[in-house]
Design a protein around this ligand. Structure first.
Ligand SMILES: [Zn+2]
Length: 640
């Protein structure tokens, strides 16, 4: 491939079919997301670098430069991706001026290794380049993860080029991608989707159509039963049916959502309507039947699979952290394609719940799977993998989630706002400076702890301009004032538009009421039938045993009136909900008592506090529930 036309670094992707363009000019300045980003820099990134070194991810590259290389360390052929995901996060940290010298040294060290380890023909993979490797490159497309590796390399490279203006990694990625364009010109597809999203980004960055065409081909080549590994069924790889014919999201959750996000990227550049129709159908079906209330995707530990419709058990929820990130990637692209606010509702549900719970409060321990319930006698997986850690762990043998958390945390500002012709769209609320369109703003808010948002115009365009504010689906009675006067416009399809001639200093205040909500579940969802979960704003709440001193959390019975009248208390690091509940021990010790039960249980009134779900498990391993019993779920017995 010759005559590369390198585009100027725009800092944001271009899209042709999309209704909305992303915006790179946002900086988060305060609040919860700012706290998360600072913690990423001060705790999670140093910890991750330490773990990557200790686990051998760096040595897996450096050993290949030695005469007599040491054996590859680790069980899986995709361990380079953990470096790539970390580099992607570091590119944001360095580019945005949040990281110091140790981070730059690590970044330079690994980039330097990659430049030197890359083969003459562009191939790069420390597992298959091992002289002692039992398999040759491209011999095992089902399990080799080589294109999955390339995908993460490209994403790191594009991030470094865009955010840092550093194109060293981009050169490495292009050489490998060019090899792949040739090798996969006519057939072949990777067992783990991911490279599709990345190739579209590489196309956006370089303008080279071959990358986009290959991404589109990879989406279309699935569904022919070519991928086989071990005991996994075809749907594990999304290879049992063509993508456009899938009736529902299925198989391995992370593979499925990465594939859909990649297909959405292909649609954004090609405008291929049949692809979009499939994406819309799959998304709608997922949201209606397969997504946990936390936004988590994937019920089954077996095959890390999504599971059947309405198969959403709480204590056995798998909901891998990587799947949460993949659902956000997919949802964001659906928003770009349509401007639909509903996609952002799901995005935010995932962000503040299924994603955020994957990281400990101190930023140094991770959940891989994210259940919605912990039973009091829960048996933690044991053995070397657990390392004796009862909840979140410092690292994993398969460490895909921790560096995925790192890169996503580092780029959260990219998902705060977007642009449509003549309009600035605020997709999510955070204390931030919003630049990149004709309208420059400072946004102040304590969101998600409260729903008051103040936007101050810092730079105004000459003519009229629209400021379009997202009104989340849960926010009833949202209102806006402009310079203190009520703005008479109702939200439409989840957006509230303020169009006017702006002047610097203009102030817009948005109020999103945040009462406590009680949510039930679909009658087919057996696992949570008759139970309620608590939410406030975008946050799902849970009760841990520590906060229910007078009753086991499994015995709490709470009616809707008690939930919606819960006391809302702002503490140091969170908003906590306190409410009264009935303590209702089981009416019978039998596992399957005959109905109706005659004896009424003795009930007492107790107080319990609910904390945001993402904060659970930071005070020791005790019982936890997202879903609590309601009077309806106690064999007809009403709570007091
Ligand atoms: Zn993972």
């Amino acid at each position: 491939m010759t005559s590369k036309q390198v585009k100027p670094l725009s800092g944001a992707v271009r899209t042709s079919a999309g209704a909305v363009r992303p915006l790179a000019g946002v900086r988060i300045t305060g609040g919860l997301l700012h706290h998360w980003q600072r913690r990423n820099g001060t705790a999670t990134i140093p910890h991750t670098i330490e773990q990557l070194r200790a686990a051998g991810n760096v040595a897996n590259l450096s050993r290949l430069l030695e005469q007599d290389p040491a054996p590859y360390r680790g069980r899986y052929p995709f361990l380079d991706t953990d470096l790539y995901k970390t580099l992607e996060g570091l590119a944001y940290e360095l580019g945005d001026g949040r990281a110091g010298e140790p981070v730059r040294e690590f970044f330079d060290e690994v980039v330097g290794l990659l430049e030197r380890v890359q083969a003459e023909d562009g191939y790069l993979n420390s597992f298959f380049q091992d002289p002692a490797a039992t398999k040759k490159p491209w011999e095992d497309l089902s399990w080799g993860h080589e294109l999955y590796n390339l995908g993460h390399l490209i994403q790191a490279a594009v991030a470094a080029a865009r955010r840092m203006g550093d194109e060293r990694l981009l050169r490495v990625a292009e050489r490998f991608a060019d090899l792949v364009v040739e090798r996969f010109a006519h057939d072949g597809v990777c067992g783990h989707p991911e490279v599709e999203m990345a190739l579209v980004e590489l196309y956006r960055e370089t303008g080279l159509r071959a990358y986009l065409d290959l991404a589109a081909a990879f989406v279309d080549r699935r569904g022919k039963g070519q991928l086989k590994h071990s005991i996994f069924p075809g749907d594990y790889f999304q290879d049992h049916l063509p993508f456009r014919e899938l009736p529902s999201v299925t198989g391995h959750a992370v593979r499925m959502a990465y594939l859909a996000a990649g297909a959405a990227d292909v649609y954004l550049e090609t405008g291929d309507r049949s692809l979009f129709e499939a994406l819309e159908r799959l998304w709608d079906d997922m949201v209606a039947t397969k997504l946990y209330v936390t936004g988590g995707l994937g019920s089954r530990h077996s095959d890390e699979a999504i599971g059947d419709r309405y198969e959403l058990p709480s204590e056995r929820a798998y909901t891998e952290t990587c799947a949460a990130i993949a659902v956000m990637q997919w949802g964001w692209r659906m928003f770009l394609a349509t401007g639909g606010a509903g996609y952002l509702d799901v995005f935010e549900r995932v962000l503040y719940n299924a994603y955020a719970v994957g990281l400990s409060a101190d930023g140094k321990a991770f959940f891989y799977d994210n259940p919605l319930q912990r039973r009091p006698d829960h048996e933690q997986r044991s053995g070397a993998e657990a390392g004796g850690e009862p909840l979140r762990r410092a690292w994993f043998t398969c460490p895909c989630c921790p560096p995925n958390i790192v890169r996503w945390m580092a780029q959260l500002a990219d998902y705060v706002a977007a642009e449509r012709d003549g309009a600035l769209l605020i997709a999510s609320y955070a204390a931030a400076r919003v630049e990149g369109t004709e309208l420059g703003l400072a946004m102040e808010t304590a969101y998600p702890w409260d729903g008051d948002v103040r936007l101050t115009v810092e730079r105004a365009p000459g003519g009229p301009y629209r400021l379009v504010l997202r009104v989340p689906g849960w926010a009833r009675g949202a209102s806006v004032t402009v310079n203190g006067e009520a703005w008479q416009a109702a939200p439409h399809d989840g957006w509230l538009t303020v169009e006017r001639h702006w002047q610097a200093g203009d102030e817009v205040r948005l109020t999103l009421p945040m009462p406590v909500r009680a949510h039930g579940s679909h009658p087919y969802l057996d696992a949570t039938r008759g139970a309620a979960s608590l939410a406030r704003g975008p946050l799902v709440y849970c009760v841990e045993q520590q906060d229910s001193p007078d009753a086991a959390v499994d015995d709490l019975v709470i009616g809707v009136p008690e939930i919606v009248n819960a006391n809302i208390e702002r503490r140091d690091d969170a908003v906590v909900l306190t409410l009264t509940a009935a303590a209702a021990p089981p009416p019978s010790t039998e596992l399957y008592p005959e109905l109706p039960l005659e004896e009424a249980p003795l009930e007492t009134t107790v107080t319990a506090a609910f904390v945001p779900y993402f904060l659970w498990g930071n005070r020791g391993p005790e019982a936890m529930r997202v879903w609590v019993r309601t009077p309806d779920a106690t064999n007809g017995k009403k709570a007091k």
